[in-house]
Design a protein. Structure first.
Length: 378
């Protein structure tokens, strides 16, 4: 059997790509190795309302969980900064339901979806899967971070995320804990689904994710864990080539998640949409150069922001706890108001820079980072 496009991976980027290709009248098969689209749920589920609009999604009642009103950022010594997040209009979505909503759009557009089907190998224009061998014109690699792990482990951090019931989880309130000893190069987080339930996660370089999250939860108090997910995250930014021969790479597999937070619903989703449109144009015209328009368009939208985020990540990975504590203490009420006024959740480097104190008169940061700050702010 043959298809114009085979998409390996039924998550956000792959499903959006399938939707776009199928909408334009081309045959598409999505193969997903897990037994269910949207499972396992690696993502925290934060996305802006404007981002969902760009992706062409109006969240259903099952998909939308709640809106974030504030974020509490906590340093290793317990110093807390509370940021008003109402202006950013950030939503918490149920990723299992969100992915199914995109899958339904793709299916209604004409795409076929097979679950519990893995891509085993590619032989020319043949995809060998656990459900058979299929001919294709374009194969889309949307298999996530696992596609990158063997290529470059330096961009991978270990993470764990549990779904938790606990009375210390408050609806509308995100918590982020910075501790360079416990979560080197990253942080821990609490993302509420509702009062008393949400996702708790940890990530860091060379950590034992299970031991780290268990210790964090034991320190927070009484709780019940209803789901455990362990997965690598990618924080090194986009790969060099999104298109190689007849293979188009999208989403996490292309390194399209944010280097600062590893969040990628919007940036990966847009990647899938842009790829789908470029693939459709190629199928319509036979002009191979149209496939390259995908990476150009993605870089025009996200390239500068991701470059800045990579600098911010480089800086964050060099911070020790005494420096983190000093930075938190140096944040002024004016800076917090400035950050709270930033209404763009999807392009957030300026807020990170302000939170680090780099744009103020904080000498300790300028001593550590020197000329790198100027490049980040340009």
């Amino acid at each position: 059997m043959s298809y114009d496009v085979i998409v390996a991976g039924g998550s956000v980027a792959g499903l959006f790509c399938a939707r776009e290709v199928a909408r334009r009248g081309h045959s598409v098969l999505v193969v997903e190795e897990d037994f269910e689209v949207g499972t396992p749920e690696h993502c925290g589920g934060l996305v802006s309302a404007s981002g969902l609009e760009d992706l062409g999604i109006i969240p259903s009642s099952k998909t939308l969980e709640n809106q974030i009103h504030q974020a509490e950022l906590i340093s290793s010594d317990g110093t807390k900064i509370t940021v008003d997040a109402k202006k950013q209009n950030v939503l918490v979505i149920n990723r299992r339901e969100f992915d199914k909503q995109i899958a339904l759009q793709a299916q209604r557009s004409g795409a076929e979806i097979k679950v519990k089907t893995s891509l085993k190998e590619i032989n020319g224009n043949k995809a060998v899967t656990t459900s058979g061998t299929f001919d294709f014109k374009i194969l889309v690699d949307a298999r996530g971070v696992t596609s990158l792990v063997q290529k470059d482990r330096t961009g991978v951090l270990q993470s764990a995320q549990y779904e938790v019931y606990a009375d210390w989880i408050k609806k509308g309130n995100v918590e982020v804990n910075f501790d360079a000893s416990k979560y080197p190069g990253f942080f821990s987080w609490v993302i509420p689904a509702a009062d008393g339930m949400g996702k708790v996660g940890v990530a860091g370089r060379a950590i034992n994710a299970m031991a780290t999250i268990e210790k964090y939860l034991d320190g927070r108090g009484k709780h019940s864990v209803i789901r455990k997910v362990f997965a690598p995250i990618w924080v090194k930014g986009p790969i060099d080539e999104f298109v190689t021969g007849n293979i188009v790479t999208v989403g996490d597999a292309a390194g399209q998640s944010k280097p600062t937070t590893a969040g990628g619903i919007y940036s990966c989703g847009i990647g899938g949409i842009l790829a789908g449109r470029a693939i459709s144009k190629f199928l319509d015209t036979g002009n191979y150069s149209t496939l390259k328009e995908y990476q150009k368009a993605w870089n025009e939208k996200f390239g500068k922001e991701f470059e800045r985020q990579l600098f911010a990540r480089k800086m964050l990975e060099r911070l020790d706890n005494p420096t983190i504590d000093k930075l938190f203490c140096a944040v002024t009420p004016d800076m917090i108001r400035d950050i709270s006024g930033n209404d763009d959740f999807d392009f957030h480097t300026s807020a990170i820079v302000k939170m680090l104190g780099l744009k103020g008169s904080l000498k300790v940061a300028q001593t550590i980072f020197g000329a790198e700050i100027k490049k980040l702010l340009n």
